[in-house]
Write a protein that binds this ligand. Structure first.
Ligand code: FES
Ligand code: MG
Length: 574
């Protein structure tokens, strides 16, 4: 147990010297006095609220509940705003800013008199950004998930975030629905604060944070508008104070066992493909050298149990919560998890989920009746993706699990748009539609373009899926036969850059292969003719991004933010 004099914040407040007098007088300037800080852990409430972050719109209010919890446990809360990560509004893509946010969190914690933290977030990149930064800083913290919004509703129909937008958009383009219905969907699909309520990237990442042991049990499944969400927020505040006294730092929680548990949870939720990149980055911040091979191995062992869109039928996060939420799913996984892993509660995973009940075994399936017999993701390799690519077999038509067809290549999104809108563009249902230069460097920021829109030429024939391939990511709410995250990306000269329209491409999901039928000699010739494009940015954050971003198979972190990069950063001089 820590003693009051061991608190990190005491270095700012306790000494009888000039600087500390300055800190105390400035705290008094805010109406505080020694009763607020003496012998009390100072807990940063790291808040990603903003007026342009609809998924986090309740976090300003939730921060008050977290603070209440901190006071209840004898700590002092300080709310610290950081980058808000609005998946919908941040351009060119929120992924460009994940590492930016992680750096901000790490440095905000490091540079202030903070003993522990509660991290408030949930919209896609916010979870990995917050967790990566806080792991790197190493102070005790709890992740407080923003929670999912209510189920969408239009004309008596249940609507799922993202998933139904794509579906209705294809119908609109095919001319089967009109403006009125489209407007109705627009008004009904996001009808409360909170994150997307399909098992998209947000819900996946919040579940993964809980799988890592970084949330209070069940926290990631509580819908944002539920009163229980407020009570959970207060509990996070209380627990953060206790964790400071217990010195329960992230290195004691984010171990190999916890990392494998997080991957298993991801697979069982039918996770977003984005989970791969973020999980790699999060684990590596804790010095765990997770690779794509581990994902594939675990994916073969852990089936999809959460029957939620887009992998499952009709259910959404609200249904998952009523069915028992993540603790119930983890209880179904049982011995497939490493139950001895430590968590933020100070107890093991096994202790946390003991007694968890599954109230609806159609929503949360038992191992004996999974949604899909393998995990959510498969890792493909071959001469098109020597460092790997990712596909979500559970969200794609089984007809495409083994496929051979001619490539139709677009070098940019603009070119792709021309192809898909040209009703006469030559192609067949066998065509493999390819977008390249959409990776970490090329995108830039690896935008979620990977569910390439279906070409009009095929939509008119009633075709709704085809094999698509890119070095981009795709939204966690997307679906279809989409090969993603091809590494190395085309922009840095990965073999994808050498593919030409008409080359035959072979996709073999059971065999985990992605090949182009082009000889090594021919590829060597094409390589000679290939010219490296100029970096996307010449100044500012983008320039730094271009210089330091790693490829998708390593998690797209900045090389210099890796835990093993250089000597550890010392505590600041005070
Ligand atoms: Fe925020 Fe989907 S847009 S979670
Ligand atoms: Mg998303």
């Amino acid at each position: 147990m820590k003693k009051p004099e061991d608190l990190r914040s005491a270095r700012w407040f306790a000494p009888d010297d000039l600087r500390s007098m300055g800190h105390r007088s400035r705290a008094r300037q805010m109406g505080l006095d020694g009763n607020d800080w003496e012998g009390k852990p100072i807990i940063a409430v790291i808040n990603t609220w903003s007026d342009l972050s609809p998924c986090h719109h309740h976090l300003r209010d939730r921060a008050e509940f977290v603070k209440k919890g901190v006071y209840q446990a004898g700590g002092m809360p300080v709310e610290m705003p950081v980058q808000s990560f609005s998946e919908q509004f941040l351009k060119p893509t929120s992924m460009l800013y994940r590492n930016f946010g992680a750096m901000e969190v790490e440095e905000v914690l490091r540079s202030h008199p903070i003993d522990g933290a509660v991290l408030l977030g949930g919209c896609d990149k916010s979870t990995p950004a917050l967790v990566m930064g806080a792991i790197s800083m190493g102070l005790p913290f709890v992740f407080m998930p923003a929670g999912a919004m209510l189920r969408g509703n239009y004309a008596g129909q249940k609507l799922g975030s993202g998933t139904d937008v794509w579906k209705y958009w294809d119908e609109r383009r095919a001319g089967t629905i009109g403006k009125e219905e489209w407007d109705g969907v627009e008004g009904g699909i996001a009808r409360s604060y909170g994150t997307c309520m399909t098992m998209g990237t947000a819900s996946t990442m919040m579940s993964i944070a809980e799988g890592f042991g970084l949330c209070l049990p069940g926290a990631s499944s509580i819908p944002a508008p539920d009163a229980g969400h407020k009570r959970m927020a207060a509990a996070c505040g209380r627990r953060a104070v206790e964790m400071v006294w217990e010195d329960l730092t992230p290195e004691k929680i984010v171990t190999w066992e916890a990392t494998r548990n997080a991957v298993r949870v991801a697979m069982a939720t039918g996770c977003s493909t984005n989970a791969v990149i973020h999980l790699l980055a999060m684990a590596r911040r804790a010095g765990i050298p997770l690779t794509l091979d581990e994902f594939d191995a675990i994916g073969r062992e852990v089936p999809v149990l959460a029957n939620l869109r887009p992998s499952g039928d009709t259910y959404l996060m609200e249904d998952f919560f009523y069915a028992g939420g993540l603790p119930a799913l983890m209880a179904e996984l049982g011995d497939k998890l490493e139950l001895g892993a430590m968590t933020v509660t100070g107890k093991t995973v096994g202790e946390n989920i003991a007694g968890a009940k599954n109230f609806n075994d159609d929503v949360i399936r038992p191992l004996s009746n999974p949604v899909y017999h393998e995990g959510s993701l498969a890792v493909l390799k071959g001469n098109l993706a020597p460092d790997g690519a990712v596909i979500k077999p559970a969200a794609c038509n089984p007809d495409f699990w083994q496929h051979r067809g001619p490539a139709l290549v677009a070098d940019s999104y603009a070119e792709l748009k021309e192809i898909i809108n040209d009703e006469d563009h030559p192609m067949t249902p066998d065509t493999v539609l390819v977008l390249r230069n959409a990776g970490p460097q090329g995108g830039p920021g690896m935008p979620e373009w990977g569910m390439l829109p279906m070409p009009k030429a095929l939509l008119k024939q009633g075709i709704r899926d085809m094999v698509r391939m890119s070095d981009a990511r795709m939204s966690g709410t997307s679906y279809g036969a989409c090969v993603l995250h091809i590494a190395p990306e085309a922009y840095v000269g990965g073999p994808l850059a050498l593919l030409r329209t008409g080359d035959m491409v072979v996709l073999d999901i059971p065999g985990r292969k992605l090949e182009m039928e082009v000889s090594d000699e021919e590829l060597a010739e094409r390589r000679k003719a290939w010219q490296a494009p100029a970096p996307r940015y010449e100044r500012g954050y983008g320039q730094m991004f271009s210089q330091h971003i790693e490829q998708a198979d390593k998690g797209c972190d900045f090389d210099y933010l890796r835990t093993d990069f250089g000597a550890p950063v010392p505590e600041p001089e005070i």
